[in-house]
Design a protein around this ligand. Structure first.
Ligand code: SAM
Length: 469
């Protein structure tokens, strides 16, 4: 694989390791290479040939010739390997089960596959698990993979195994692709040792280097969190000081899926359809505390709307296309209806609205009609007398951003503010009415006119909460 030329990448490749060992061999007299030092496994002979040529090229520089390179062309996940190793290097393939059902079904026929399989996992996890199995106690494993398994819900088994048997020594979270031919990936290089020890872990996260206690990188849900010790302590305080999880105070619902925007979304208001047309917003219309005026209108046709002449006239040209939607075929909706119209109430009651994906946390407040696409979330009270302004202040605060960045869902630099991680976010909801009123006043000021000074007061309140109160 070609590594991006701008990547300052430690090249833990087999030829690099061979070179290191040859250099060391000088201590015992002269440069030498023993073919038992390195074994390469791949299912594809061509990949092995590249590896072999790299090692031979390197040996040539030391004038070491005529050496056999130990390469084994096998499916290393399925075939028994009855050796263990001091060092294991890997750059595993990465793909999900969705379009590769057969491969995963086959894996489950083997003891190793059955033991390490988890629904919606990635194939790469098997290679990490296999690497750990094949390591000697105290041995070292270094892999390059994508970084999703640090937090993915479907990598629980893998993280459990890593936590149980190993200790991280080094993590370099590039959080972008280091491969020229795999753009859009978020890569990480990590080294772990097969022993449970206490020690310092070197972390390079987006080029920033720091050290943390190796046992502290697992959060309360055993997800892997990269943050400095003091940040971890602050996050612990937020979690331990919570009075609720957001999901206990709020209903969190997703916006509308039309199933065919051309039929339902209008660029301008058309009086003819006034009883059905509603102001329609997109994700990007939502800012912190405010939102832009709607540019679009949606023909809000839910199950309560019967087909009449007016609707037929507009919808008929799209009928064939609309009728092919899965929900129509399954008789869940009529062909002229929105695919997921949702419960209309959520668009009209007082509510917090938020972007589904965003670089920073952006939540706003709306009391009136606010119909939005599926990349907008609607947060409405679940219990009586909940102060939405207080919660809005928290959701737009630095404390929330920090919490979500480390413990919630991220893809690259984007927060993924989906329903499940939002529901699982801890919140300190004060029992002191004067505190609620204080934040409500500041938040209302921000809604009217945003200013940094007021935001600092909101941030400071949530940061300095006396959680023991
Ligand atoms: C991302 S590539 C890495 C190639 C090369 N090792 C490198 O680092 O440039 C993943 C490699 O895994 C190999 N592979 C896929 N499934 C395998 C399996 N079950 N057993 C052994 N190798 C496998 C592929 O043939 C491919 O060469």
């Amino acid at each position: 694989m070609n590594i991006n030329s701008h990547t300052n990448f430690k090249v833990y490749t087999p030829d690099y390791i061979a070179k290191e060992m040859i250099d060391k061999s000088l201590n015992i007299g002269e440069y030498c290479y023993n073919n038992l030092w390195i074994t390469g496994y791949d299912i594809d002979g061509k990949a092995l040939l590249i590896c072999k040529n790299n090692i031979l090229k390197m040996l040539k520089k030391y004038e070491i010739e005529g050496k056999k390179i130990n390469l084994v062309e096998i499916n290393s996940l399925m075939e028994e390997i009855d050796k263990t190793y001091d060092i294991i290097l890997g750059n595993p393939p990465y793909f999900g089960e969705k379009n590769n059902k057969e491969i995963f079904t086959d894996m489950k026929k083997y003891k190793f596959g059955k033991e390490n399989y988890e629904g919606k996992m990635d194939y790469a996890y098997f290679f990490i698990a296999k690497g750990i199995d094949l390591l000697k106690d105290g041995g070292i494993l270094t892999y390059i993979t994508t970084n999703y398994w640090f937090k993915a819900d479907h990598a629980k088994k893998l993280r459990e195994k890593i936590k149980k048997y190993t200790t991280f020594k080094y993590i370099n979270n590039y959080n972008r692709s280091v491969f020229e031919d795999a753009v859009g990936q978020h890569n990480v290089v990590f080294t772990l040792t097969k022993e449970k020890i206490k020690g310092r872990l070197e972390v390079i996260d987006n080029k920033e280097k720091y050290y943390i206690d190796s046992d502290k990188i697992y959060n309360y849900k055993d997800k892997i969190i990269l943050a400095e010790n003091e940040d971890l302590e602050r996050l612990d305080r937020v979690y331990n000081g919570r009075t609720h999880f957001l999901g206990e105070l709020l209903n969190i619902n997703q916006g509308i899926v039309s199933g065919y925007d051309r039929a339902f979304i209008f660029d301008s208001y058309d009086k003819k359809y006034s009883e059905y047309l509603k102001p329609f917003y997109k994700n990007k219309d939502i800012n912190q505390y405010s939102y832009n005026p709607n540019k679009y209108w949606i023909l809000y046709l839910d199950s309560k709307v019967a087909l009449n002449e007016k609707i037929s006239k507009h919808m008929n040209p799209y009928k064939e296309r609309l009728s092919r939607r899965r929900e129509v075929l399954k008789f869940i909706i009529n062909w002229w209806e929105l695919q997921w119209a949702r419960d209309e109430k959520i668009f009209n009651v007082p509510k917090i609205i938020g972007r589904q994906r965003s670089k920073i946390n952006k939540f706003s407040y709306s009391e009136g009609e606010f119909y939005g696409s599926a990349d907008i979330y609607y947060l409405t009270p679940k219990v009586e007398n909940i102060n939405l302004f207080y919660i809005l202040g928290y959701l737009n605060s630095k404390v929330f951003y920090d919490w979500f960045k480390y413990n919630g869902k991220m893809k690259g630099d984007n927060l993924e503010l989906y329903a499940t991680p939002l529901k699982e976010t801890p919140i300190y909801y004060s029992a002191d009415k004067s505190e609620i009123a204080y934040i409500e006043k500041l938040v209302k000021k921000q809604i009217e006119y945003y200013d940094e000074k007021t935001q600092k007061l909101i941030d400071r309140y949530f940061l300095n909460l006396n959680y023991e109160k």
